[in-house]
Design a protein around this ligand. Structure first.
Ligand code: SF4
Length: 450
C-alpha cells in the first residue's frame, strides 16, 4: 500500500452480489490490508456526513490502495447483528488493530465518497495531495465509491509503459541541450510519473509546456506549492520561468513528430501561465504559423479575461479553466485569489468561447461540497451562461478533513452521481468527461466518448 508500504493484492471472486454488505477495510501497523471482522460495516464521507449512499464499483485496474497514517478507520458497528441495513453505531476501529485506508483512482474516474476516518491523532501535517476515495470489501472483492467518466484512448494507463522512456528522455536532451523545460519535464516524467511529461518525450498526444513559476492565487489544493498545510506536493513547481525561445523549441520538437497533436501551457508543476502572457504571445503565433493543425491549449485559473482574448487572437484554440466553486465566498476561500474574482473567471471562459476557442471547465469536485444543492444550482447556471463545450469532472486531490476545516459549512450534498444526472438532463449539449480532446478531429485515434 502507499504511502504506508505495499500490502497484499485484493482477493477477487467473480460476480459478488451487489447487495452484499460493505465491510470496513483497514491497514495493520505493518501495512497489511485487512477486512474488519463481521459486524463492522464500511462508510464513506460526504462533507460532514458519514454515508454509503451512491454507486460502489470494483476497484479499477491502476488504482493504488493508500494507508492513512495516524487516522482511525471509522465504520458502522452492527451491534444487533442486523447486517448492512442495520443503522448500527458509528465507531472507530481500535488503533491497536490498525488505521484507515483509501483508494487513489486512475484518471477517468470520479470519486463519489471520501474515506471515513478520524482526524490525525499525531496532529501532524496534512496528507499528501491525492484523491482519497472510500474503499470497502463486498463479498471478497474490493470496491470503491466511484463512477467512470471518460475512456479517451490517449490516457489509457497501459499506454504509458516506462520501458522506452529513458531512451526518449535522452533523445530529447540530446536534441535540446540545456533547455530548462526539458530539465523540468525529465523529473516530472521519471520521478513523478506525469503522463503529459512522458508524452513530450515520446512526441505524441498532448505535450506539457510548463511556463510560469508564479501565481496570483494560493489554492488550498495546489499541486505545485502548499504554503500552509505542511503536505508534500506531488509535482513541485518549476523554479524559474523558461524563455519564449525555449518553450517554442520544445513545442516544435513535439509537433514535428505529431503535427496534429497538442501542446499545453499550464501544468500541475507550475503556477499560472496567464502571468506570462507577454512571453506566450510570440510562442503561440509561431506555433500556429508553423503547425496549423496543432491544438494549442491553455490550462488556467481564468483570472485575466483580456489576456485570454489576446492569446486566442494569437492562435490559441483550446482552453481549460479550473473552478472549485461558482459561489463567490467558497471560491475565495479555496483560491485565496489576488486581484481577481469568479466573475473574471466566467468572463474568460465566455470570451474564449465567443472567439471560437474550445472551452472546458475543469470542475474540481469534492463530495459534500460540489453536490450541495446551492452549489449544483450555481454550477448549472454558470455552465449554461459560459456555453462551455465540456465539463471535466475531476477529483480534487487534497487531505479531506484538512480542506473541510477551511471551508464554510454547506447543506448536505445530493450525491455527485445525481449531480452528473442533472448536468446531463439540463445541459444536454455539454460534453462530460475527464480529458481535453484535440481540436483537429482527425488527430483523435479511436477516441471513445462515454
Ligand atoms: S491557480 Fe493553479 S498554480 Fe495557482 S495556486 Fe491554484 S492550483 Fe496552484
Amino acid at each position: 500500500m502507499s504511502p504506508g508500504g505495499g500490502g497484499p493484492g485484493p482477493t477477487r471472486r467473480l460476480g459478488p452480489a451487489r447487495s452484499a454488505p460493505l465491510r470496513l477495510c483497514y491497514s495493520t501497523p505493518e501495512g497489511e490490508l485487512r477486512v474488519a471482522p463481521p459486524g463492522w460495516g464500511a462508510l464513506g464521507r460526504s462533507g460532514d456526513r458519514l454515508t454509503t449512499a451512491g454507486a460502489w464499483v470494483p476497484l479499477p485496474p491502476g488504482s493504488t490502495v493508500a494507508r492513512l497514517p495516524g487516522r482511525a478507520a471509522v465504520g458502522r458497528r452492527d451491534v444487533r447483528g442486523g447486517g448492512d441495513g442495520d443503522p448500527g453505531r458509528i465507531e472507530a476501529l481500535p488503533r491497536t488493530q490498525g488505521v484507515a485506508v483509501a483508494a487513489i483512482l486512475p484518471v477517468g474516474h470520479l470519486r463519489l465518497l471520501l474515506p471515513a476516518h478520524g482526524p490525525s491523532d499525531a496532529g501532524g501535517p496534512a496528507l499528501p495531495l491525492f484523491g482519497y476515495t472510500a474503499l470497502a470489501d463486498r463479498a471478497g472483492e474490493l470496491v470503491v465509491a466511484a463512477m467512470r467518466t471518460d475512456r479517451f484512448e490517449w490516457w489509457r494507463p497501459e499506454r504509458f509503459s516506462r520501458r522506452d522512456l529513458p531512451a526518449a528522455v535522452a533523445a530529447a536532451e540530446a536534441a535540446l541541450p540545456g533547455n530548462p523545460v526539458i530539465a523540468q519535464l525529465r523529473t516530472c516524467a521519471l520521478t513523478h510519473n506525469c503522463y503529459t511529461a512522458q508524452n513530450t518525450f515520446h512526441r505524441r498526444y498532448e505535450a506539457a509546456l510548463p511556463t510560469s513559476a508564479a501565481c496570483n492565487a494560493d489554492c488550498l489544493g495546489c499541486l505545485s506549492l502548499q504554503t500552509d498545510s505542511g503536505a508534500t506536493t506531488p509535482q513541485p513547481r518549476i523554479a524559474r520561468a523558461p524563455g519564449a525561445d525555449q518553450l517554442l523549441a520544445v513545442a516544435a520538437y513535439h509537433l514535428e513528430a505529431s503535427p496534429r497533436g497538442m501542446v499545453s501551457f499550464g501544468q500541475g508543476c507550475e503556477g499560472e501561465p496567464l502571468l506570462r502572457t507577454e512571453e506566450l504571445l510570440p510562442v503561440v503565433r509561431a506555433i500556429r504559423a508553423r503547425f496549423p493543425d496543432a491544438t494549442v491549449h491553455l490550462n488556467s485559473n481564468g483570472s485575466r479575461p483580456d489576456d485570454c482574448v489576446r492569446l486566442a487572437d494569437a492562435g490559441l484554440n483550446s482552453a481549460r479553466i479550473s473552478v472549485f466553486s461558482f459561489t463567490p465566498g467558497l471560491f475565495a476561500a479555496y483560491y485565496r485569489p489576488r486581484g481577481y474574482t469568479i466573475d473574471d473567471v466566467c468572463q474568460s471562459a465566455r470570451r474564449l468561447h465567443d472567439r471560437g476557442v474550445q472551452v472546458a471547465i475543469n470542475l474540481l469536485t469534492f463530495p459534500g461540497v460540489t453536490d450541495a444543492p446551492g452549489e449544483v444550482a450555481r454550477t448549472l447556471t454558470a455552465l449554461g451562461a459560459v456555453e462551455a463545450d465540456q465539463v471535466q469532472l475531476r477529483t480534487l486531490n487534497v487531505d479531506p478533513l484538512w480542506l473541510l476545516g477551511r471551508l464554510p459549512r454547506l447543506e448536505p450534498g445530493i450525491g455527485l452521481g445525481r449531480m452528473v444526472t442533472q448536468l446531463r438532463q439540463e445541459l444536454p449539449r455539454l460534453r462530460l468527461g475527464n480529458f481535453t480532446r484535440p481540436v483537429a478531429a482527425t488527430a483523435v485515434p479511436a477516441a471513445v466518448t462515454p
